[in-house]
Design a protein around this ligand. Structure first.
Ligand code: NAP
Ligand code: FE
Length: 358
């Protein structure tokens, strides 16, 4: 068994201010990478800037990272950082800006970020330090080495081959406080998919599975917020974030599986957001698992059985539509994917067709 988690993690209220010195001392000048507007609105950007100013660390801001960030956007961010002389990167936001921050940190080590090949696995993994401040409760990117980018030339999304873990993760549920419930639901489904896919991976071991079971219990304590049987309250924000961070730690050990592999094409072709795109396949994937594997998952997540889970999830996703030809393209791509052999779920052409519902 192996366990690798090199991220210094603080998960507590006001952790950006409390650990401002840690954040400010990662380098001399930070490249701050954000999405469009949310980092400013939810206060995370202000908290980060204040911490850096307090300790005299310079920064420049690259904002406007789009959902499912492209390689081109990452290049632009890295160019900005290079021109400004930044020696580390702070990603603030959902998985998109944090993943973009990791990839930009790798390009900042290259002579020419405009042309360097992010997908060249033969070059050594090198990156300037990264700090992450998550503001969604789904990807766990603050504790994974993964950076998923949109590759327009391949008409899909793909992780870069280099594992770039943040040095520091500052997790504070308060950044979720003004988010729409739909964003919280969408991203919580991603966290759920991470936990279930991780548990069913052939890479899973006692360490990663412990994170999944504990993470699912945390997730289950707020699931009635997601289906609106209870209104959200202030304490829930931290709980939602914590479930996502546990899930991130689990996939950092095992990677993701079939629902994620299928989701990339669904997101690319039909613009379905990441969490729902994974969720569409998740319950049918779990149904294909051996009972000895699915039972602990259902118990920890608070579902009577896989049918009850399927009904709950499909109700949450009832407004999502995907075209038949998109499902076919996803099926065709994943049939050849290495992840078909990376799961404890018996996968063949028939089980994949049942999961995709062709
Ligand atoms: P996201 O794409 O980062 O953001 C989605 C939307 O939520 C954006 O419009 C963003 O607005 C908004 N938003 C973010 N924080 C908010 C807040 N606190 N309040 C209100 N709105 C907020 O969403 P995500 O689901 O977190 O990330 C998805 C990406 O992560 C995908 O590319 C996926 O493939 C990747 N991913 C990575 C990993 C990993 O291990 N690295 C794992 C799973 C998924 P703004 O643009 O204004 O910020
Ligand atoms: Fe995900």
């Amino acid at each position: 068994m192996k366990f690798y988690m090199p991220v210094r993690l603080y998960d507590e209220p006001e952790c950006v201010a409390r650990h401002g010195e840690d954040l400010a001392s990662l380098g001399r000048k930070a490249l701050i990478v954000t999405g469009h507007k949310s980092a400013e609105r939810n206060g995370a950007l202000g908290d980060v800037c204040m911490a850096l100013e307090m300790y005299g660390t310079e920064y420049c801001i690259f904002s406007g990272v789009e959902e499912n960030p492209s390689v081109e956007t990452v290049r632009k961010a890295a160019m900005r950082g290079k021109e400004a002389g930044c020696d580390y990167v702070i990603g603030i936001g959902g998985g998109s800006p944090i993943d973009a921050a990791k990839a930009a940190a790798s390009l900042l080590k290259q002579q020419d970020p405009e042309t360097a090949d992010l997908y060249d696995a033969s070059i050594p993994t090198e990156a300037v330090p990264v700090a992450a401040v998550p503001t969604t409760c789904g990807t766990g990117s603050e504790v994974t080495g993964v950076s998923v980018l949109t590759l327009h030339e391949n008409k899909t999304k793909k992780s870069i081959p280099h594992k770039i873990f943040p040095t520091l993760a500052l997790v504070d549920g308060k950044y979720l406080a003004n988010a729409k419930l739909s964003m919280i639901v969408n991203t919580s489904i991603d966290a759920l998919a991470h936990m279930m896919e991780s548990y069913l991976s052939i890479q899973a071991d006692a360490y990663s599975r412990a994170l999944v079971i504990e993470g699912l219990k945390i997730w289950a304590s707020v699931k009635d917020v997601l289906d609106e049987t209870r209104p959200i309250d202030e304490l829930d924000y931290g709980t939602l974030m914590r479930a996502s961070t546990f899930a991130g730690m689990a996939i950092a050990q095992t990677g993701t599986s079939i629902p994620h592999a299928l989701s990339y094409i669904v997101t690319y072709d039909d613009q379905v957001r990441h969490g729902p795109a994974c969720g569409l396949f998740l319950s049918r994937f779990v149904k294909e698992a051996y009972e000895e594997d699915s039972t602990p998952l259902m118990e920890a997540a608070g579902f009577a059985d896989t049918d009850a889970f399927d009904a709950w999830l499909m109700n949450l996703l009832k407004d999502i539509t995907v075209r038949k030809e998109t499902l076919q393209r996803a099926y065709d791509a994943v049939k050849e994917d290495a992840r078909m052999n990376g799961t404890r779920v018996h996968m063949d052409a028939e089980s994949l067709a049942r999961i995709v519902q062709l």
